[in-house]
Design a protein around this ligand. Structure first.
Ligand SMILES: Cc1cc2nc3c(=O)[nH]c(=O)nc-3n(C[C@H](O)[C@H](O)[C@H](O)COP(=O)(O)OP(=O)(O)OC[C@H]3O[C@@H](n4cnc5c(N)ncnc54)[C@H](O)[C@@H]3O)c2cc1C
Ligand code: FES
Length: 386
């Protein structure tokens, strides 16, 4: 933040402009930030984003942006991305929440969701104490963006961001007995929770059971070991599926005998989460387990059609697998979105003509219905109220 005493040094002005509009630590600062936000908005289009962008790519009054400042390998197929957000980013997110990130690849913006792996209000001395965020990405074998983020993207790349959100969060104060059940990249939101508890110096009785194929595939292995050694109340229990097969929930009684008493957070492959939900329901404690899903089952397919985005005045021809969200973004429509996985409802729009198919189960929606564009595709020609 630029010092009021420092006058208008270039660095001070730059830091002030890059700090969040909504940061309300002091009344004076709030007034200044409100003024800055208002000025940025009022002067648009006389002071358009394109002009600000020339001065600094992170300066935008219209959208959240960030710059990747570090790409650090976690395992052979995963990497942590440290990002310095620009104007307007809310650093007071809750541990466990995710962000949207947009990358420009071959001239098109591609968006995905990633859990934050850092605590709120995080900074790092290596980056001159600036407030940062981090995510960790595991490359999916046939995935488009994750492979690029693990092996292609460079420090310095400017990205678009969507604000932190999601209900898979650690309460403050945390419960007295906690169980984390994770597998693969499902460790990411739990890492933010563990780091937050560690930073606050309040680590209750926590058992973390994490599955990975081999020891070399464990993301954040060094951090887990450090936390395990530092906090006697924290147990990191690793399960290697390459050696012992999939972790059987029946073994919980032996491995974590008091699992029924623990508030549980679980994140990993869909099949594992389905089993966990059933297991907890069978024990009559379904309300004690919180689940975060990174993927959706797409079991339905069919013919596509021509999608008309009525308010934007855009039209596009798509196949039956392309989501309406992707279709709109592909032709430059400002589509609302959050998780992009059928969870949050942010992407809901009304169908005004034709039919739309839910890709999870094939349910067809017609004119007048509200649909989640992130998990729906055209079922013939259709028009959306967006
Ligand atoms: C809330 C949330 C948090 C997340 N957090 C993380 C995280 O911290 N770390 C992480 O690594 N990932 C996370 N993810 C997953 C992430 O958003 C991406 O989905 C993942 O990285 C794959 O992206 P991709 O572009 O590589 O794959 P995509 O190209 O989007 O493909 C994903 C998979 O779906 C298949 N697929 C793609 N299109 C179709 C189609 N039309 N029909 C059928 N199958 C298809 C692909 O073969 C591939 O296996 C999170 C997801 C959510 C919803
Ligand atoms: S973006 Fe979250 S439900 Fe569609």
């Amino acid at each position: 933040m630029a010092s009021n005493k420092a006058g208008f040094s270039v660095r001070g002005l730059r830091e002030w402009l890059e700090s969040p509009v909504a940061d309300g630590a002091t009344a004076g600062r709030t007034r200044l930030n409100t003024l800055r936000g208002a000025a940025a908005r009022i002067t648009t289009p006389l002071l358009p984003d394109d002009y600000l962008h020339l001065v600094n790519p992170l300066w935008s009054a219209r959208e959240l942006r960030g710059r990747i400042v570090e790409v650090r390998k976690e395992t052979a197929d995963s990497a942590t991305l440290v990002i310095k957000p620009g104007w307007g980013f809310d650093f007071k997110f809750e541990p466990g929440q995710y962000i949207g990130i947009g990358l420009l690849v071959d001239g098109r913006w591609h968006w995905r969701s990633y859990s934050l792996t850092c605590p709120p209000d995080w900074s790092h001395p290596e980056h001159r104490g600036k407030r940062l965020i981090s995510i960790a990405v595991k490359a999916m074998p046939e995935g488009f963006l994750s492979s690029h983020m693990v092996s292609g993207v460079q420090a310095g790349t400017v990205v678009r961001l969507a604000a932190p959100q999601g209900g898979f969060v650690l309460p403050e104060p945390p419960p007295s007995k906690v169980l984390f059940l994770t597998a693969g990249s499902g460790i990411t939101p739990v890492m933010a929770m563990l780091r937050t508890m560690d930073r606050r110096g309040v680590v209750p009785d926590v058992t973390h059971l994490h599955s990975a194929r081999t020891a070399d595939d464990v993301m954040f292995a060094a951090d887990l070991r450090e936390l395990h050694d530092k906090h006697p109340s924290f147990t990191a229990d690793l399960h290697f599926t390459g050696e012992h097969g999939k972790f059987a929930l029946a073994d919980l009684d032996e491995r974590v005998p008091d699992w029924r008493e623990r508030e549980t957070w679980a994140c990993g492959p869909a099949a594992m989460l389905d089993e966990i939900e059933k297991h907890w329901a069978a024990a009559g404690i379904a309300d004690k387990v919180h689940v975060e899903r990174f993927e959706i089952e797409r079991s339905a397919s069919g013919e596509g059609g021509t999608v008309t985005f009525a308010k934007a005045g855009r039209v596009v021809e798509v196949d039956g697998a392309t989501t309406l969200l992707q279709a709109g973004e592909g032709v430059g429509v400002q589509m609302p979105f959050g998780c992009r996985m059928g969870i949050c409802q942010t992407c809901v729009v009304t169908v005004t003509d034709g039919h739309v198919r839910d890709l999870r189960n094939g349910t067809e929606h017609r004119a007048g219905d509200k649909v989640q564009t992130c998990i729906s595709a055209a079922a013939g020609d259709c028009t959306l109220d967006v």
